[in-house]
Design a protein around this ligand. Structure first.
Ligand SMILES: [Zn+2]
Length: 60
């Protein structure tokens, strides 16, 4: 995942679109309807990306 896309990628379904970012503070997915504070949604994406990296490192 591109870290720059975390603020506009849905933490529930993975849909990435700038239209998901309704305002600076609000996130609402146009694909599945998931709505959250934009920072919370981005934090979930960053956490998930970090866990994926760690799993890849442990598997190597
Ligand atoms: Zn979604």
């Amino acid at each position: 995942m591109n870290p720059a896309g975390t603020s506009r990628t849905c933490a529930r379904c993975g849909h990435c679109a700038k239209e998901n970012r309704v305002t600076q503070a609000a996130f609402a997915c146009t694909a599945c309807g998931h709505a959250a504070h934009a920072d919370v949604n981005a934090a979930i994406n960053i956490l998930r990306a970090g866990l994926a990296l760690r799993q890849a490192a442990e598997a190597a």
